[in-house]
Design a protein around this ligand. Structure first.
Ligand code: ZN
Length: 135
């Protein structure tokens, strides 16, 4: 919270209207007469006046049966699609990376060259055909 009143560059006002003037209905009526009766009342700029066929909302245009090009809704759908596609892409990529990081376990068996059976890696002879096991 700023303390503007304590800034040294601010001085107390020398000429200030009495506070009662701000709440006096007679002065308020005189101000309104002086300000607003002198000239034409300003309502708005000419460009703010809608043309024939302009609608304030899309629902009003559809209700009136006007042909609309809803490019805003289309862009919204495209943006939603891109966001979902990016999320799915990142998810699939993360899953693929997790799959690659799983290194295959060290094999504890080897194949016999003669009978193609699985024998322990440390075996010197095949348990099925008794042939010397490959190194
Ligand atoms: Zn064998």
């Amino acid at each position: 919270m700023s303390d503007v009143a304590s800034l040294p560059r601010l001085r107390p006002a020398n000429c200030q209207l009495p506070v009662s003037w701000y709440f006096d209905p007679e002065i308020f009526a005189r101000e309104k007469k002086l300000l607003f009766d002198a000239g034409s009342g300003y309502v708005g700029h000419e460009l703010m006046v809608p043309n024939v066929g302009d609608y304030q909302t899309l629902a009003a245009a559809k209700e009136a049966g006007a042909v609309t090009i809803n490019y805003g809704a289309f862009l919204n759908l495209v943006l939603d699609f891109l966001i979902v596609a990016l999320a799915v892409f990142l998810l699939v990529r993360a899953v693929e990376r997790m799959k690659k990081q799983e290194a295959p376990a060290e094999p504890t068996t080897k194949k016999c060259n003669e009978c193609l059976s699985e024998i322990p890696k440390a075996a010197r002879r095949c348990a099925f055909c008794t042939s010397p096991a490959p190194a």
